[in-house]
Design a protein around this ligand. Sequence first.
Ligand code: TXA
Ligand code: MG
Length: 374
Amino acid sequence: METRLVTVDPHHPDEQAIAEAAAVIRSGGLVAFPTETVYGLGADALNPSAVQGIFRAKGRPGDNPLIVHLADPGELPAVGVPLPRVEPLARRFWPGPLTLVLPRTPAVPDVTTAGLNTVAVRVPDHPVAVALIRASGCPIAAPSANRSGRPSPTRAAHVWADLHGRIDMILDGGEAGIGLESTVLDLTQNPPVLLRPGGVTVEELEEVIGPIRIHPAAGGMPAAGPVASPGMKYRHYAPATRCVLVEGTPEAVAAHISLRVRQERAAGLRVGVLASREAAAQYDADVVLVGGSRTDPAELGRNLYHGLRELDEAGLDLLFLEGVEATGLGLALMNRMRRAAGYRIERAEDTAVLAGQGEDSGDSRRARTEEDLS
Ligand code: TXA
Ligand code: MG
């Protein structure tokens, strides 16, 4: 299959391009498009064979349900039951990076919800996404537009790398603004349950609807017991390169990674770090990529997936990630980084123990690449 790549102005998308993309959706095809979170891979949410195509193109397990995207909150009753908490949440956060899990209506086919009797719904805040849904005249089911298991795409080039030849069309509307997927909140339970942290924070949600429960997997640790959101049980957001997340205070994290980099390089490995701007100069790694300031989780979030993809292409044996405080947007960042690391997590306090081993290899430094992603 030829994949057409069409560039559109993210603020004022060309009508002709949107009309062509909408025709693809209506005829049961697949179109990747930008949203404010990440790029989505869209199909007509009410057409079972079109939705089947999403699973095929991504290599996605059939038991992992999709988010249904609407152009307007008023379209909700067609696909989901508007429970009482929807109204205040929609008023505050839609359009935007909040996905609500609700009882579904019979209009939504089984394949879209992976057979669950609930449906995940969101109204994206991106002119291209909204124009495409409107022009298609149907709700659009869209997971992130990556091959299953890969980091989510924040640029059209990432979608192209993962899916060209497997989908009909990519609308290139530039970089996704948030860079992390939407917050997923299950309103079918009382109190509501946070299934995935994202662009809307726990603190913001609680301001509107009071206390919510945070599912253990939402912090990014492996799901124990029954899985509430099928997406939790799959390896996700992961570069192919072995990846280690270091957690602790910023100073301890930087000291720990700096030491571990020297050890691993002394042992002959090629090592990379996705670093904060503040700590980058401390790392004597083969590749150091700056993802943003550690005081600015929004900047770190915007650059995380691009950084993981870049570092994955640098021919490294090992990759270190700096942990951040898991509050606000930091919770979403830590969730993604813990999973990218496959739960290989080191506590920065352990540095004193490590200090005795393999320090100061004294080998001549190889050329070092430093690049700022911001
Ligand atoms: O920001 C986003 O949410 C992006 C853009 C494209 O909108 N989409 C996205 O979709 O991240 P995806 O498929 O990569 O992640 C959807 C998550 C999965 O973890 C899935 O298991 C969960 O939402 N989910 C979908 N329907 C559900 C349901 N009925 N009950 C519980 N979890 C559900
Ligand atoms: Mg995804």
